[in-house]
Design a protein around this ligand. Structure first.
Ligand code: DQA
Length: 155
């Protein structure tokens, strides 16, 4: 389903806490690419699909992420979200994704299933249509591909 007011498919890309430090933060786990570089690559990749527009949002604050998800109603057709540490704690973000009823894909750079036990539990994944984890920055590209194909199939 395309957004009613726009002809293009609008996708909101949300990154949670500490992802603003990508590039410097534990590079052996998260790589050396900065968030800005990932966003640029994602924008370039989005241009290979007809009529896809991305908007980016990063916050270290749970409530701000909840508010951004709420503001997506009737504006965005889909959401890509790396909730970072809130993946493993946030009922509020999971509820917000369910409340807006916008298809969302959960993203992780690292493979959360091969790390500490507490990372194996995702509160947010059940609110999403799917989860992509473990492919570094390519997790974002793969998630965009899957979300666009999902939205196209609903047109
Ligand atoms: C992460 C995985 C989380 O467990 C962690 O808290 C992050 C990043 C990832 O992208 O691999 O901040 O979401």
């Amino acid at each position: 389903m395309m957004n009613k007011k726009e002809e293009y498919m609008k996708i909101l890309v949300i990154n949670g806490p500490n992802l603003n430090l990508l590039g410097k933060r534990e590079p052996e786990i998260y790589g050396t690419t900065t968030l800005l570089e990932i966003e640029k690559e994602l924008t370039e990749y989005s241009e290979t699909f007809p009529d896809v527009k991305l908007e980016f949002f990063q916050s270290n604050h749970e409530g701000e992420i909840v508010e951004k998800i709420q503001s997506a109603i009737e504006v965005f057709d889909g959401i890509l979200i790396n909730p970072a540490a809130y993946t493993h704690t946030s009922v509020a973000i999971a509820d917000a994704i369910k409340a807006v009823n916008i298809p969302a894909v959960e993203i992780h750079l690292s493979n959360i299933n091969e790390r500490e036990d507490f990372r194996k539990k995702s509160f947010t994944a059940p609110a999403c249509i799917g989860q992509i984890s473990g492919f570094g920055k390519n997790s974002y590209l793969a998630a965009l591909f899957c979300l666009v194909k999902h939205l196209e199939s609903r047109k």
